[in-house]
Design a protein around this ligand. Sequence first.
Ligand code: ZN
Length: 241
Amino acid sequence: AEAPAATRPGGRKLVVIDPGHGGIDPGAIGTRKTREKDVVLAYGLALKEVLEASGAVDVMMTRSDDRFLTLKERVRFARDNQADLFIAIHADTVRGPEARGATIYTLSEKASDAEAEALAHKENRADIIAGVHLENESEAVTDILIDLVQRESKTHALVFARKAVSEMKPVTAFTGKPMRSAGFMVLKAPDVPSVLVELGYLSSRDDEMQLTSPEWRKRVATAMGRAVETYFAQQLAARAE
Ligand code: ZN
């Protein structure tokens, strides 16, 4: 069994922001050669700034510069630091310039649809790039206690995802299905509520322009920051009842 997470100083909550890709792994490449690893880092840093300015939570980043991390290292970082919320940041590409908008993913053992599964497969490839072969983690996650913890984490992740969608919707476009689930490796910390945000499509000219705009970044990060604040505020209120 896992040791219960220690309370951080002053009972403060810790958010770990995980900008995807980095270093030798550029991630998706936009129509105007925008690299996913750059725009997700810029967004992650903007979100960190918003959250730190609010003073409501502590913030750590898996990477704050252009370096490569395996998916396992990202998950381990969140777990070692006993994160209360893990937010992975990505941007997708698809064939064709029409698809646009954001999507927020939570973990599923079984992907909600083929498109979501294909994307998870694409993102999970990062570990193979580094020469680290993926292991089937589901074998290890058989212990009933871990299963229970994971279920609770998933429930919390869904609550946060819902809040994030409703705060972000007024300031940026979403896909037709704003919340999806898929088997992303990076969402598999059993004891950390985790979401993966695809901010938009680098294959869309409009999305690519947004993703490189500091104003858009700030607006969306501010909305997501509000979702983080209300998520933890409601958790505290529920506990006090
Ligand atoms: Zn990605």
